[in-house]
Design a protein around this ligand. Structure first.
Ligand SMILES: C[S@@+](CC[C@H](N)C(=O)[O-])C[C@H]1O[C@@H](n2cnc3c(N)ncnc32)[C@H](O)[C@@H]1O
Length: 217
């Protein structure tokens, strides 16, 4: 799904009145987060289309969202995308964040459901998935799972919060815990050196970027 800037703005968010939850504040103020997560969901959709038979044959699809923030926007988009292919029911969600409050509030669905960008009909099934989700607290340079545990690993706007010294460790951990032929999705603010040529004349915060990687054997 490709939308123009104007369509995305119209879809959003201005209608949210209260700012008492982090996700609302983020959605209202951070247009980039929505756009970046939409790009990541598009990457996931392409991956699912290419691997549909394999995914349909699995008993369970394990998804890890690193740095979900309260409301786990990346997971909401991913579940919506999986639902398009009737794969949401067998998805097990795992959330990992440095903040215990993020995990506690998200697993208890104590956040505003962003129903202008996620299909409101999915609110109950997604809440059910989050109530059944598993949460862990820690810092992402050391993930508490065995190698190749997850079919899908997501990091939405995590790297911009990390110290440069740990970014390579986190990237390595994401690769380690993702399955062969799994999906690793990263969306983030543009890295000045890497992306300034691609996004000439735009400020960094206007330019979410997205990497969709499939780990090969
Ligand atoms: C901007 S929010 C990302 C929200 C969401 N993923 C999105 O795409 O909109 C960044 C999240 O990363 C978490 N975080 C920051 N440093 C972390 C670390 N070292 N390990 C794990 N999570 C971290 C923060 O607590 C926060 O929930």
């Amino acid at each position: 799904m490709t939308m123009s800037h104007e369509q995305l703005v119209a879809l959003s968010i201005v209608k949210f009145g209260k700012l008492n939850e982090y996700i609302q504040e983020k959605l209202v103020s951070d247009f980039s987060a929505i756009k970046g997560n939409m790009m990541m969901a598009e990457g996931l959709r392409s991956y699912i289309q290419e691997n549909l038979e394999t995914l349909k044959a699995k008993q369970k699809i394990e998804i890890l969202d690193i740095g979900p923030a309260i409301g786990a926007l990346s997971t909401l988009f991913a579940l919506q995308t999986l639902n398009e292919f009737d794969l949401m029911k067998k998805t097990q969600v795992h959330l990992f964040d440095v903040s215990a409050k993020v995990i506690e509030q998200t697993l208890n669905c104590k956040f505003f459901f962003p129903d202008s960008i996620i299909n409101p009909k999915l609110k109950n099934p997604i809440h059910q998935k989050l109530r059944q989700a598993k949460g862990e607290v820690g810092s992402a340079e050391k993930l508490p799972w065995k190698n190749e545990k997850f079919d899908i690993v997501l990091a939405g706007f995590l790297f911009c919060h990390l110290h440069d010294s740990i970014k390579p460790l986190v990237a390595k951990e994401m690769q380690r815990v993702s399955k062969k032929d799994g999906f690793v999705g990263i969306t983030d603010k543009s890295e000045k050196n890497t992306f300034e040529k691609l996004f000439k004349n735009k400020k960094d915060e206007d330019c979410p970027v997205c990497l969709s990687l499939t780990k090969s054997a």
